[in-house]
Write a protein of this length. Structure first.
Length: 167
C-alpha cells in the first residue's frame, strides 16, 4: 500500500508542476499579446495560439491533480442511498467506467499524435500539433493509472488486507 501512496505522490508532484508551468506560459503569452498589440502596436501572431494550447494543457494536467486529490465534482446522491460494501462496489464500478473511457481517449490521442506529428501549428513553425496530443495523452494515461491504483486500493480494503491511506 505504501507503493501506491508513493506513486500517487510522485504523479501529484509531476502534474502539479506541469499544470503550473502551462498556466504560467499561458499567462505570459497573454500578457505579451496585450503588450505588443496595444502598447507597441505590433501584434505577435503566435501568442494567442500558444495561450490557447497552454489552456488545454493546464486543464488536462490540472485534471490529474484534481483526480489524485479526490477534489473532482461528484454526485453524492448514490453515496447517501447505499452504504458499506455496496458503496465500495459502486465506487469500483464507477472507476472502471471512467478508466474505460480514459483508455479510449488515450488511444485517440495516440492516433491523433501519429496523424499530426509532422504538422506544425498555424502561427508557430517550431510547435508540432502532435505535441499537444502527446501531452494530453500523457495526462489521460496518468489519470487512468490513478484510477487503477484506486481500484486496487478499494479491492484490497474490501478484502480486509489493508487500511485505506490518503495521498
Amino acid at each position: 500500500m505504501l507503493a501506491v501512496a508513493r506513486i500517487r505522490r510522485a504523479l501529484l508532484q509531476i502534474f502539479e508542476t506541469l499544470a503550473v508551468a502551462a498556466f504560467v506560459l499561458m499567462l505570459g503569452s497573454s500578457i505579451l499579446q496585450v503588450f505588443f498589440r496595444y502598447v507597441l502596436n505590433a501584434p505577435l501572431m503566435w501568442t494567442e495560439e500558444l495561450a490557447r494550447l497552454m489552456c488545454v494543457l493546464t486543464t488536462f494536467f490540472g485534471s490529474v491533480v484534481v483526480l489524485i486529490l479526490r477534489e473532482h465534482i461528484r454526485v453524492e446522491m448514490i453515496d447517501t442511498v447505499v452504504g458499506g460494501r455496496t458503496q465500495a462496489i459502486v465506487g469500483i464500478v464507477g472507476n472502471l467506467l471512467m478508466a474505460w473511457f480514459l483508455v479510449a481517449v488515450a488511444y485517440g490521442c495516440y492516433l491523433l499524435a501519429n496523424a499530426t506529428w509532422t504538422t506544425f501549428t498555424a502561427s508557430m513553425a517550431w510547435f508540432r500539433t502532435g505535441y499537444v496530443y502527446v501531452a494530453v495523452g500523457s495526462a489521460v494515461t496518468a489519470m487512468t493509472l490513478v484510477l487503477v491504483l484506486d481500484i486496487y486500493s478499494q479491492i484490497m480494503t474490501m478484502a480486509g488486507w489493508h487500511k485505506e491511506t490518503a495521498v
